[in-house]
Write a protein that binds this ligand. Sequence first.
Ligand code: HEM
Length: 399
Amino acid sequence: MDPTVITLSLHELFLGLDFYDSVIDLASGPCSTSESLATDLHLLLRTIRFQLLASTRTCPCFILGFIHLGEPFILRTFNTAPTNITFALLFGERFDYKDPIFTTLLRLIDEVMCLLGSPFLHLFNFYPFLGFLFNAHKILLKRIEDVRIIIREYIKTSKQDINANSLKSYTDALVFKQREDTTKRENLFNDDNLIASILDLVMAGTETTATTLQWAVLLMMKYPKIQKKVQEEIGRVVKPGHWATYDDRKDMPYTNAVIHEVQRFITLLPHVPRSTSADTHFRGYFLPKGTMVIPSLTSVLLDRSHWETPHEFNPNHFLDADGKFVKKEAFMPFSLGRRNCIGESLAKMELFLFFTGLLQKFTFQPPPGLTETDLDLTVPKTTFTLRPQPQLTCAIPLE
Ligand code: HEM
């Protein structure tokens, strides 16, 4: 497949639009034109709440429904819920966490993320003629193809069942647009581009938020005083029997600061390679069109001149002397510019709602026999996203 076609497609799809706008724009078929952005965000909130309810209502078990309260379980358990939100958006259905398609996709995403970080893959990128020596890129392409096979099935089903008056998913919206688009000379919404767009979201819109949530829980275990302060704030702002709303973050400066600090501290996605789309002069250097550029978000997120204690987990980075939340210019985990993260608003909302929902119900503690100091904040191996070491947590119910 021609990569420029994929880029063009994504660019066209998302250009100048927030992700939701683009979904809504695509989905604004004959009957849904009256639906406002607010309604869609509301629906999304309901989806997220449903996810939380689905997980906590299965108590005395936790998220996966088979973990006993207070007993240790793996941090990766937290991957399920954020991943399911993105899948629900893409495919129009929420998966059961044991659904074979769901578990297969989770496994494939995991393998792709590990392979993307493989040093052999980087070597192959720089010296493709040595490809016969390496295997990582071949396995990577195979795993991506496996994901494509699943996506193709969803597109096929969408084409069969699509109802222009009720588009249920991003896939439906793209298929709808494809039909509209056949009249145009350039068929941007061809099948290859549809698959590429969905694949991009499957990869970029799952592991990222999910891993951040894992880190958030790990950091709360590591810093119980901070966890307690968050829980106290939740207790002050959120009425018993209710979940926090995204709007509540304005009244929850400490919680908001903690979530921002999690994102800053973990520098989740430090290097996303891009290439110059035109000949570029930058700080005395000439970068011809097509030059690979790898920005370093770490250099900003851990910059000494911007952060008081860059290598320490310190929510005060986002609080003023009165405890009010302060925005920081150097906070850019979603990057900047025209190709910045299109899922930023979704990710922020998910992180806030999941994090507050979890801490409203549970206190997270290291497993028996371990203390906070035993918890490991180093990154295990090279993966595309910087993940925490595989570790266990215990969820102790509040009340
Ligand atoms: C904590 C969560 C997330 C973080 C930290 C994050 C961060 C990033 C970063 C740094 C980039 C590269 C931007 C650039 O090169 O300038 C990116 C790209 C992207 N993100 Fe996210 N992201 C997150 C969640 C999401 C979610 C939830 C979605 C969608 C549902 C998403 C979809 C994408 C897509 C499609 C791209 C590629 C955009 C393009 O190629 O133009 N991300 N993200």
